[in-house]
Write a protein that binds this ligand. Sequence first.
Ligand SMILES: NC(=O)C1=CN([C@@H]2O[C@H](COP(=O)(O)OP(=O)(O)OC[C@H]3O[C@@H](n4cnc5c(N)ncnc54)[C@H](OP(=O)(O)O)[C@@H]3O)[C@@H](O)[C@H]2O)C=CC1
Ligand SMILES: CC(=O)N[C@@H](CCC(=O)OP(=O)(O)O)C(=O)O
Length: 348
Amino acid sequence: MVMHMSRTRVAVAGASGYAGGEVLRLLLDHPEVEVGALTGASNAGQSLGALQPHLLPLADRVLEETTTEVLSGHDVVFLALPHGQSGAVAAELGDDVVVIDCGADFRLTDPALWEKFYGSAHAGSWPYGLPELPGQRALLTGATRVAVPGCYPTVSSLALAPAVAAGIVDVEDLVITAASGTSGAGKAAKPHLLGSEVMGSASAYGVGGTHRHTPEIIQNLSGLLPDGQGVKVSFTPVLVPMPRGILASASAPTTSSADDVRAVYDQAYAAERFVHLLPEGQWPQTKSVIGSNAVHVQVTVDEDAGRMVAVAVVDNLAKGTGGAAVQCMNLALGLDEGTGLTTVGLAP
Ligand SMILES: NC(=O)C1=CN([C@@H]2O[C@H](COP(=O)(O)OP(=O)(O)OC[C@H]3O[C@@H](n4cnc5c(N)ncnc54)[C@H](OP(=O)(O)O)[C@@H]3O)[C@@H](O)[C@H]2O)C=CC1
Ligand SMILES: CC(=O)N[C@@H](CCC(=O)OP(=O)(O)O)C(=O)O
C-alpha cells in the first residue's frame, strides 16, 4: 500500500521582495512543503512571474493582500516584510502556526535598545534563529515563533563567537568591518542604490555605532559570556557593487597563538554542517557561498598587532536570511535541519 503523507503548507508574506523571493526559491526545492498563499503590498494583484521570473514553477501565482484571512490555514507562515510590520500580522496567527519572521521585529530582547535603534515600540522577542550559537539549537527545535537574524549579525557573530565563548579575546575591543552586496538593502527603490551611485564604488555607512545591527551583534556575543557583560563592538558596514554576499573582517586583542585560536574554531564548528573553517592559509570569498547556506570562516593572529583576525562570508539572502529561515523552519517542524538546503555555492 502506498502511503501519501500530507505536505506542510507554507505561506510567504512579502513574496515580491528579495527575502521572500529567496525563501520561495529554497522552498521550491524542499521535499516536505507545499507553497500556499503568496502576499505583497503595492504589488498585490500582480503575478509572481512578472516580479520574480526566476521562480518559474510559481510564475502563474497571483499575489494577494497581506491579511490574516489570506495567511491563516497554513502550517507555516514566513514574514518577509519591512521592519515594524510583523508584530500585528503575527498576533493574528494562532499558536499552532509556525511563524518565521525574516524582519528585525522580534530579534532584540531589550526594549530600550529596540526603541533607540528602530524608533518605534518594541513588539517583543522570539527564539533567535542562529542555531550555530551555543545553546540556540535547542530553543529553536519545536519552536512556533522564530526571529531570523539580520545578515550582518549572522556573519559577524559566527566570525567571533568561538573566540568570545572560549575567552581568548578581549571582548571590550571587538572591531568588525563588513562589506555587503546591494540586495541587503531590499528591492524597494532607494536613491543610494541607483546603479550610477553603486557601480564602481564602495561606500561606508551607518558608521560610529549607529547601524541597527550593532546591538544585535552585541546581544549575540554577550549571550556567550557567563555574566553577559562588557562586550564592546565597533561595527562598520560597507556597501559594495555586487548583488549578493557579505564578507566580514573581525579583529580583537589576543595573547593566544594562531594555532591555539585555530584549534578553538576547529572544535567549535567541527559538528556544524553549514559553518566551514577553511584550510589554513585559504581566505573566504563571497563567490564560494553564493546561493548556498554555507558560512566560510578563516582565522589567524596578527602577532605584531597582538590581534586575532577572523574573516567570514555568507550569502546575505541565503544563510543571511532565506536559508536561515528555512533551516529554522526545519528545526521548528522536527525535520532534518538541512532539508532543502545546500552547502554548494555558485562560482565564479
Ligand atoms: N535583503 C536582505 O538581505 C535581508 C532582509 N531581511 C529582512 O527581510 C525583510 C524583507 O526585506 P527585503 O525582502 O530585503 O525587502 P524588499 O523591499 O525587497 O521586500 C519587502 C516586501 O514587503 C512587502 N511590503 C512592503 N510594505 C508592506 C506592508 N506595509 N505590509 C505588508 N507587506 C509589505 C513588499 O510588497 P510589495 O513589493 O508588493 O510592495 C515586499 O514583498 C525586512 O524586514 C528585512 O530587514 C533580513 C535579512 C537580510
Ligand atoms: C546593504 C544593506 O543596506 N543592508 C541592510 C541590512 C539588511 C539586513 O540584514 O537586515 P535587516 O536587519 O533589515 O533584516 C542595511 O544595512 O540596512
